[in-house]
Design a protein around this ligand. Structure first.
Ligand SMILES: C[S@@+](CC[C@H](N)C(=O)[O-])C[C@H]1O[C@@H](n2cnc3c(N)ncnc32)[C@H](O)[C@@H]1O
Length: 206
């Protein structure tokens, strides 16, 4: 879903350990700005080999302002579902991109976020199944994932896509990833991924 990165100036919103920034440089990106709220994540990102074309900075995406027309690609992996004011962030990202530039991001799929986890329901035939809880009710959802009481912001898929469209983006691709039947046959544990999409990958263009 990513465009050719050669010679592009990138921003990674919620860069974590900087995996994408380093990979983007190997793909020819000319400059990468990695932003994250967590000092611990940034410390790990900065601990690797120094690359003058990769810059890390602490920023809160709830309030971040980037210079207009500064970037040829905005990227974000599994971070936007922590952001409460998604509309403000997307309008700001739109302004920060050059015309024709892409925003490519992944989020936890709202069906997964709104489901009853980690519990399973048992169908009449004895099969375990997944249940969605109040999908239409948007807002904070608290879960125990890595740490207790992690707060994520649930939005319907429609709200996410309409926020992009209302901000001026053209939605180019939406992928609700699931394995193929061949992959499930090879690794039966993947069958769970057919019950519900865990992540959604979205490409939009200014
Ligand atoms: C699940 S991690 C993903 C990290 C990285 N993008 C990756 O794919 O490996 C989510 C990241 O979002 C960051 N984050 C959460 N809320 C944020 C906020 N308001 N502003 C900036 N970063 C935030 C966290 O610190 C964390 O590094």
């Amino acid at each position: 879903m990513l465009p050719d990165l050669r010679g592009r100036r990138l921003v990674d919103l919620g860069c974590g350990f900087g995996w994408f920034a380093r990979w983007a440089r190997t793909e020819g990106a000319s400059h990468v700005l990695g932003l994250d709220l967590s000092e611990n994540m940034l410390a790990r990102a900065k601990a690797g080999a120094v690359d003058p074309a990769v810059e890390y900075a602490r920023a809160d995406l709830e309030t971040l302002e980037l210079p207009a027309g500064e970037f040829d690609l905005a990227y974000s992996s599994l971070t936007f579902h922590y952001i409460e004011d998604f509309g403000r962030l997307i309008r700001m990202v739109f302004r920060a991109l050059t015309p024709g530039a892409h925003l490519v991001f992944t989020i936890e799929h709202p069906i997964y976020m709104a489901s009853t986890r980690p519990g399973w329901l048992v169908r009449e035939d004895g099969q375990k199944t997944w249940a969605v809880d109040n999908y239409a009710v948007e807002g904070a959802r608290t879960t125990d994932w890595l740490a207790r009481g992690v707060v994520k912001q649930h939005r319907t898929l429609g709200t996410t896509l309409n926020t992009l469209i209302a901000s001026g983006f053209a939605v180019r691709e939406v992928q609700e990833w699931h394995p193929t039947q061949e992959q499930v046959a090879e690794r039966p544990a993947l069958a769970e991924e057919m019950e519900r999409p865990m992540m959604v990958l979205i490409s939009a263009q200014r």
